[in-house]
Design a protein around this ligand. Structure first.
Ligand code: SAH
Ligand code: SF4
Ligand code: F3S
Length: 440
């Protein structure tokens, strides 16, 4: 079966694609790079905002035409597949295989079935699954916890991914050992809420303890995403500070700087709590690089509320931010109960926030000029003559290609900075990749 997989959405979806791909490989699937070459097209879908949903809808439309022409098989998996909205699309466009994010381990069975195969259950096998290490990669993801127990009023994720289920620590450590043996130099621990790790399973370590255990494996760089401010305890901060493998980068979504909006969002913390967590982080680790997620134009957000977000931005001084316009999602409480703001208001606020973020990114990036950072070089950059990578603070870094001829870790002195990246020169190679990698 010639298979082509298309992935939308977050890093969790990328990890799930890897998992499904390895299942498919074990039953003899071959992978191809385009739809015309494929007998089976599998879409890993996202439903967090309207845009990714519309992308899937138009892709399914295209695939239906191919299906009519040449009997192509179409599969849909991931978050949208779990929702009524996605299932309606699947019926309309004649999707053959539909797997929710909890049923991915059923992919083999789905392909053996001679008729339409739909599975939307949350299967325990998934948390016990150990996918093989990807080959020829310097960075990899490892899922540590699936699902989400929060109830943010705008968010569809708890519906699509179900309640929190932590993976057994032994399994996580075995997966990390495999990745280390495969030459991986950087691992990102994944979950909708990594710092709730262990809360659902008596006897499991908590997230801080897990970080310390993961550090012991000896992979040089450990990152994690995403954290919820409510569970960002002092113990987590101490574990980060005391585990040198853990990168100096934290993504801590705040969503809004206004207490009124935070309450309507159901975020379970106030602005003051969030700022106290940031203070504790900066106190323990002064060089910490910080990023966040912000939703602008949440229903009922006034100009004053929005200004509170801008002022929080100035207090925290984020290095970068993912900024989203509120997108009403059917099935969420805010969709049902609140009136969406006019689009112009939302767009105008987004533009102001982007401006503010650029100013801070520029100032913060300038502070790195003259310092030496460790860069994980992946390969050639789009800009000719440069290699690209990122440092332990997750800043993108460009280096003259001749100075970093093979992927791996390099010591780099930062010479220049823009709001979006750092430019540097190699002052020493630390660890070249031990796996055969070709510069792209
Ligand atoms: N569990 C993570 C990430 C969830 S989805 C967390 O809580 O941080 C990633 C981001 O998408 C969220 O942080 C939020 O900023 C954004 N998002 C979620 N639902 C949204 C919606 N309905 N409209 C706009 N942005 C949304
Ligand atoms: Fe969604 Fe909130 Fe859960 Fe994040 S914490 S996945 S934003 S419900
Ligand atoms: Fe999208 Fe699901 Fe991730 S909705 S953002 S793919 S958790």
């Amino acid at each position: 079966m010639k298979t082509h997989i298309i992935t939308y959405g977050c890093q969790m979806n990328e990890y799930d694609t890897h998992l499904v791909r390895s299942e498919l490989a074990s039953i003899g699937a071959q992978f191809v790079d385009s739809i015309p070459e494929a007998d089976f097209v599998l879409i890993n879908t996202c439903a967090v905002r309207g845009k990714p949903v519309e992308k899937v809808r138009s892709l399914l439309g295209e695939l239906r035409k191919e299906k009519e022409k040449r009997g192509l098989m179409v599969g849909m998996m991931g978050c949208l597949a779990q929702l009524e909205e996605g299932q309606q699309m699947a019926r309309k466009f004649g999707v053959d295989v539909l797997l929710g994010p909890g049923a991915l381990t059923e992919i083999g069975k789905a392909l053996e079935a001679k008729s339409r195969f739909w599975d939307l259950s949350f299967r325990e096998e998934l948390t016990h699954h150990l996918p093989p290490a990807p080959q020829g990669q310097l960075s990899a993801f490892v899922s540590i916890i699936r699902g989400c127990n929060h109830h943010c009023t705008y968010c569809i994720v708890p519906t699509t991914r179900g309640p929190e289920v932590s993976r057994h620590p032994d399994l996580i450590l075995r997966e990390l050992e495999q990745l280390k043996a495969a030459g991986v130099l950087e691992v990102t621990l994944l979950g909708q809420n990594v710092n709730s790790y262990g809360n659902d399973q008596p006897g499991f370590p908590k997230f801080g303890q897990l970080l310390r255990m993961v550090g012991q494996v000896g992979i040089p760089r450990i990152k994690f995403t995403t954290s919820h401010p409510v569970n960002f305890t002092d113990e987590v901060i101490a574990a980060i500070a005391e585990t040198p493998q853990v990168c100096r980068y934290i993504h801590l979504p705040v969503q809004s700087g206004s207490n009124r909006v935070l309450r309507r969002m159901g975020r379970e913390y106030r602005r003051e709590w969030y700022l106290d967590r940031i203070r504790a982080i900066k106190e323990a680790i002064p060089d910490m690089v910080l990023s966040t997620d912000i939703i602008v134009g949440f229903p009922g957000e006034s100009e004053e509320d929005f200004e509170q977000t801008l002022s929080l931005y100035d207090e925290v001084q984020y290095d970068s931010a993912y900024m989203f316009i509120y997108s009403p999602r059917p099935g969420t409480p805010s969709y049902k109960h609140f009136q969406d703001l006019p689009r112009e208001v939302k767009v105008e606020r987004l533009q102001r926030l982007i401006e503010r973020q650029k100013e801070w990114s520029y100032k913060k990036n300038q502070q790195w000029v003259g310092r030496t950072v460790e860069v994980l070089v992946r390969g050639s950059a789009k800009d000719e003559g440069y290699a690209e990578g990122h440092d332990r603070g997750n800043h993108p870094v460009l280096i003259p290609a001749a100075q970093a001829p093979v992927p791996g870790l390099y010591q780099v002195e930062v010479k220049q900075a823009t709001p979006h990246m750092l430019f540097g020169e190699v002052v020493g190679a630390q660890e070249a990749a031990t796996i055969p990698l070709v510069m792209a």
